[in-house]
Design a protein. Structure first.
Length: 303
């Protein structure tokens, strides 16, 4: 029996920044500023937001960016949708196309990315095109029947070789390495968070069910886990698009807490700088960056 009244949190978010067009992929920079992508057609850019949240500058216009990660050298890696590709962008705005395929298999929907313990970049591809999923900009009513061959890739940052690690995911989306160094990947359509055991040198074990974030009492429509990040307490914080919440999973995959976002379409999240004990959540309905005080800092990211 569900106990949503116990799990639901009365915590309300603060608003850090507004006026964003389809924001995703938040990253905290050491100076307190933030990077996000704006995937709206009129913007299509990587944006830097000042530490007070009041001003923005376009770092680079890429088309329709979706996911972001930053490496130890300060380069920004972008999952780009308009021309499905992996890009590398400098803070000065120089854009470099790294890849558009893996061994002859074209990217369809590069979605999210993160760095791993081996220094490689891990990239999800949702496994369908936006034209198939939302012809004319409207999500098709039979999306549950749409073929989705979501994939997981490993990209060597040095020689830029790419290897496919997993496939057959129903809209592969957010991903994060946990405190156990295992890789956790969101499958949006089913609501499942999968865990892949880390075996070193980019080798993963078979996928395991970790937890599911869908609330069966939520209104119908496209919804499911999007971006996510681990706290340093081992809890996994997941933005659940269409469900108007961030779901927090415990170390055993059970739902610990549900944080209600101001808008219905949270897409991704990141922890603030050490000591802030906050998560920053990109939200598309209102085009803003929302902030929750969560009492913990984030698990340090691999760079």
């Amino acid at each position: 029996m569900k106990s949503e009244n116990i799990l639901a949190s009365p915590m309300k978010p603060k608003i850090f920044a507004t006026g964003l067009s389809v924001p995703e992929g938040p990253i905290a920079l050491p100076d307190g500023s933030w990077l996000v992508v704006e995937g709206g057609a009129a913007r299509g850019c990587v944006t830097q937001i000042t530490p007070d949240g009041l001003n923005k500058r376009i770092v680079a216009q890429t088309g329709e960016p979706n996911g972001l990660a930053i490496d130890k050298d300060g380069f920004i890696w972008v999952a780009e949708l308009k021309t499905p590709s992996l890009l590398r962008v400098s803070l000065e705005g120089k854009i470099e196309v790294i890849a558009t395929e893996c061994e002859g298999e074209a990217f369809l929907f590069p979605n999210d990315l993160c760095f791993g313990p081996d220094g490689a970049l891990y990239l999800t591809d949702s496994g369908f095109t936006m034209n198939d999923f939302a012809p004319g900009g409207q999500i098709r009513s039979d999306y549950m029947d749409l073929e989705m061959n979501g994939r997981l890739y490993r990209v060597d940052r040095e020689d830029r070789s790419i290897r496919k690690l997993a496939a057959d995911l129903g809209c592969a989306n957010g991903l994060a390495f946990g405190p156990d160094n295992n890789l956790y990947v969101a499958e949006t359509r089913s609501g499942m968070i999968y865990r892949y055991q880390w075996k070193g040198a980019g080798r993963l074990g078979p996928r395991e069910d970790f937890g599911n974030v869908l609330d069966t009492s939520a209104p119908p429509g496209w919804k499911g886990p999007d971006g996510m990040a681990f706290g340093n307490d081992g809890m996994l914080y997941i933005a659940v698009f269409g469900q108007q919440e961030v779901v927090v999973l415990g170390r055993d995959g059970s739902t610990v807490k549900r944080l209600r976002t101001a808008g219905k379409e949270p897409t991704n999240l990141a922890f603030g700088l050490p000591g802030q004990r906050k998560i920053y959540v990109t939200e598309c309905e209102f085009g803003q960056l929302e902030v929750f005080d969560v009492g913990v800092d984030g698990l340090p990211l691999w760079l």
